[in-house]
Design a protein around this ligand. Structure first.
Ligand SMILES: O=c1[nH]c(=O)c2[nH]c(=O)[nH]c2[nH]1
Length: 295
């Protein structure tokens, strides 16, 4: 380039919203996706010389999302759609060396009326299913699924004791508190599970089950850190198809309310607050972690 500078670049289209419905007699489905595409491609001349001849227009990327959604004849898991889309860009454009596709699925859930699943009725749920697909020129695919906004709370079986005490420490030790969080999790697959949607639901169920423990007894949490670790460990033990998991669990505080002569706290009245909140994150990865696989 005639200059002692290294240029690194990527371009893509963000927030492409698409909904895809599938209709069969007796049952209909819908998904709504927010798609982010990022292409790593050999198009340096566009930056240095204003030569666009190697550019895939981001408008074409957007249209590709709709075209590929149309091509999906059957109800398709969001992971498979991301792989399909990513592989298209790698296969179609020689300039493209790697692709990252990120998709957030809106939680439309089938409604049940009087115990019967509705054929064409859906309501919006809470937590969102996310995916990130990375594909390189050799066709290696990395699939990372996740859940965002999984809000969990338990009214007991949580405490926090034994932490460092110094001149800045005011927090009392406790064996009894409310534990509330909004789990964000991402886990990477070593290979394709038999069904991505089933795997997503099973991992999510494991996270929830370990957070709460059994319905009558529960399980004691000595810290968010310990609970997070057991949640991640359970996923790694139960799902050999998962090669790493990352969990982020803010500690959303329920502060005891004590107002002299008016309210004496007896594990009953709290001030809920998420500002500020604790941020606790960790990941678990298998030692023989490889990164990419053919999917
Ligand atoms: O579970 C917790 N982990 C912490 O690190 C922490 N810090 C804090 O003030 N409260 C808590 N609770």
């Amino acid at each position: 380039m005639g200059e002692d500078l290294i240029l690194e670049q990527k371009h893509g289209k963000a927030r492409v919203r698409v909904a895809r419905a599938w209709r069969q007699s007796g049952k209909q489905w819908i998904v709504e996706w927010n798609v982010n595409i990022m292409l790593y491609s050999e198009c340096l001349a566009a930056y240095t010389n204003g030569d666009n001849s190697d550019i895939v227009a981001t408008d074409s990327m957007k249209n590709t999302v709709y075209a590929k959604a149309k091509e999906c004849a059957d109800h398709v898991p969001v992971e498979d759609f991301g792989i399909l889309l990513g592989k298209h860009f790698i296969a179609t454009y020689s300039q493209v060396t790697a692709v990252t596709i990120k998709i957030v699925e809106k939680p439309w859930e089938r409604v049940w009326i009087d115990g019967i699943p509705h054929e064409h009725g859906f309501k919006l749920g809470t937590e969102k299913h996310t995916v990130e697909i990375n594909i390189n020129k050799g066709g290696d695919v990395k699939v990372t699924s996740g859940v965002e906004g999984l809000a969990l709370l338990k009214t007991t079986q949580s405490g926090f004791e034994g932490f460092i005490r110094d001149k800045y420490t005011m927090l009392p030790e406790t064996k009894e508190r409310i534990l509330a969080t909004e789990v964000s999790a991402k886990w990477r697959y070593t290979r394709k599970p038999s069904c991505y949607t089933d795997a997503y639901n099973a991992v999510k169920k494991t996270l929830v089950d370990v957070f709460f423990g059994s319905p009558h007894v529960g399980v004691y949490s000595p810290s968010v850190q310990n609970t997070l670790y057991f949640m991640a460990q359970a996923v790694m033990h139960k799902f050999p198809v998962v090669e790493s998991i990352h969990l982020s669990m803010p500690n959303l505080h329920f502060l005891p309310v004590n107002i002299s002569n008016i309210v004496k706290f007896d594990h009953d009245v709290y001030m809920p607050t998420d500002e500020p909140h604790g941020t606790i994150e960790a990941s678990l990865t298998r030692k023989d972690f490889t990164g990419f696989s053919k999917m």
